[in-house]
Design a protein around this ligand. Structure first.
Ligand code: CU1
Length: 528
């Protein structure tokens, strides 16, 4: 049988068996190759979405209109959000999943290796479709990433491109998630019971179910916009008996679990890194599994906390307020466990640990501002203000991005076979930490003072904090180039990484040989 995944190496000397160069990457079914492509794609999208953020911050550097016209400004907010959520953060963690889950559970590859290839290769066309919508008449969708009607029913062809791009991105992440669920449930090595899996696998198993549950909901919502636009339906049109608020319900039934689709794999990464640099097993493993599951279940029943201002009944407001506050309980369990893991550990503070501790502190801050926003009476004041922008950037950047960096630095020796430059890594962390807070901490004050989000101009009293925030944003953007230098240096060579480079409680994935073989299948399997 020639088609055993991860099979013998004997045909490696026949170069013609293996596509090389570009075709190698197009045809690969190897989880490591695909994981690397996901990670590179996500970093590229992070740069694109980051440049859009810098256009926004350049415009907001001072009052008045100077850099972009208001339509373009709104298009930047839409594409920045869509690209960062679907192009940067989600693919980054799918990349981690591809690379690490088979190694962690002792599987030869992902369950559906060819579908895995397709899951990845759907992403570049979707990204091109989305960004090129800037070039068509009317430009890209100018609605913000939430794509609320009635605005999105009226605008130009850029909106259709955004809808189609969201469809493709959704198909990709659903297929990726089916692959992850199947791999974890069916391909664990003998003895690897579910409750023995590294926690990263658990967080992805839970996340994959969330993706499969809510991506079709988003697809339905944007399809209803599409039919309202072109096929005469009135789902969201009051004149035809519809209701634009219906869209908000459908969107946020997807949108809130989406927050956890991003956050839960981040929790998983941090749960691998903190024990390794504490030289102790993770504290409260079982409670981590149950807390993560509780968060996932609760995430389905809190969606209307994004919609307190639509005029819902007070009973509804109270329900969504209290349900939202409940999430603080399992989240508190997790934060307690991470801190307890470090307690009396033999700590060291290499870059992955620094990013994990940065995550721990700043994600908790983002959780607290979320608790503030969960209170209906407060949220009515702060809705659509810069306080909300500050809140979710603490969750998305200091939460998801910082833990993605923690994972990247932690596993770089595994991926490349070389140690990265620790000095540069630490520089990257400290610059990111300082500039992140400079950018976003002051936005709490702007929001509390009443500055609205998604508006290119503002009154004079907001000038100082906006100036600070914009300088911070450019500093943050430039600091990310340090990471690029670190990765390129690491790929080029450097000190050889030992099998256990962190000299402590590294997980199972470190015992699998590195670097990876080029292809899992020596010969593509023939379907008979
Ligand atoms: Cu939410």
């Amino acid at each position: 049988m020639a088609a055993i995944p991860g099979g013998a190496d004997h045909s490696h000397d026949h170069a013609h068996d293996h596509p090389s160069g570009f075709m190698r990457w197009v045809t690969t079914t190897n989880h490591k190759d695909i994981g690397s492509m996901y990670l590179w794609f996500s970093f590229a999208m992070f740069i694109v979405g980051g440049i859009m953020a810098l256009v926004i911050r350049a415009e907001l550097f001072q009052p008045g209109l100077q850099v972009v016209d208001p339509d373009r400004f709104n298009q930047m907010t839409t594409l920045h959000g869509l690209i960062m959520v679907f192009g940067a953060i989600m693919p980054a963690f799918v990349g981690f999943a591809n690379w690490m889950i088979p190694l962690m559970i002792g599987a030869s590859d992902m369950a559906f290796a060819r579908m895995n290839n397709w899951s990845f290769w759907l992403l570049p066309p979707a990204a091109i479709l989305l960004t090129s919508s800037l070039l068509v008449p009317g430009g890209a969708a100018a609605s913000g990433w939430t794509l609320y009607p009635p605005l999105t029913v009226q605008m130009g062809i850029g909106m259709d491109m955004a809808i189609f791009a969201v469809h493709i991105l959704g198909i990709s992440s659903i297929m990726g998630s089916i692959n992850i669920v199947t791999t974890i449930l069916n391909m664990r090595a003998p003895g690897m019971t579910l409750m023995k899996m590294p926690l990263f696998c658990w967080t992805w198993l839970i996340t994959a179910y969330l993706v499969i549950a809510v991506m079709p909901v988003l697809a339905g919502a944007v399809t209803m916009i599409l039919t309202d636009r072109h096929f005469g339906t009135s789902f969201f049109n009051a004149a035809g008996g519809g209701d634009p608020v219906l869209y908000q319900h459908i969107f946020w039934f997807f949108g809130h679990p989406e927050v956890y689709i991003i956050a839960i794999p981040a929790f998983g990464v941090v749960s691998q890194v903190i024990p390794a640099f504490s030289r102790k097993p993770l504290f409260g493993y079982a409670s981590m599994v149950y807390a993560t599951s509780s968060i996932a279940i609760l995430s389905f029943i809190v969606w209307a906390h994004h919609m307190y201002t639509v005029g819902m009944p007070v009973a509804g407001q109270l329900y969504f307020m209290f349900a939202t506050m409940l999430i603080a309980i399992p989240t508190g369990v997790k934060v307690f466990n991470w801190v307890a893991t470090m307690w009396r550990g033999s700590l060291s503070f290499e870059t992955p640990m620094l990013f994990s501790i940065g995550f721990l502190f700043l994600f908790t801050l983002g959780g607290f501002s979320g608790l503030v926003l969960s209170m209906t009476a407060v949220d009515v004041q702060l809705h659509d203000s810069y306080y909300v922008v500050a809140h979710f950037h603490y969750v998305m950047v200091a939460g998801a991005l910082f833990s993605a960096y923690a994972g990247a630095y932690y596993w770089l020796p595994k991926w490349t076979g070389h140690m990265y430059d620790e000095k540069l890594g630490k520089l990257h962390f400290w610059l990111s930490l300082i500039f992140f807070n400079m950018t976003f901490f002051v936005q709490h004050f702007l929001g509390l003072a009443g500055m609205p989000r998604r508006i290119p101009d503002y009154s004079l009293q907001f000038a100082e904090f906006n100036k600070i925030s914009s300088i911070g944003a450019f500093g943050f953007g430039l600091s990310q180039l340090v990471f690029l230098v670190v990765v390129l240096k690491c790929l080029k060579g450097g000190e050889k990484a030992s099998a256990k480079p962190w000299d402590g409680a590294e997980g199972l994935e470190w015992t699998v040989p590195s670097p990876a073989p080029h292809h899992t299948f020596e010969v593509p399997p023939v379907v008979k």
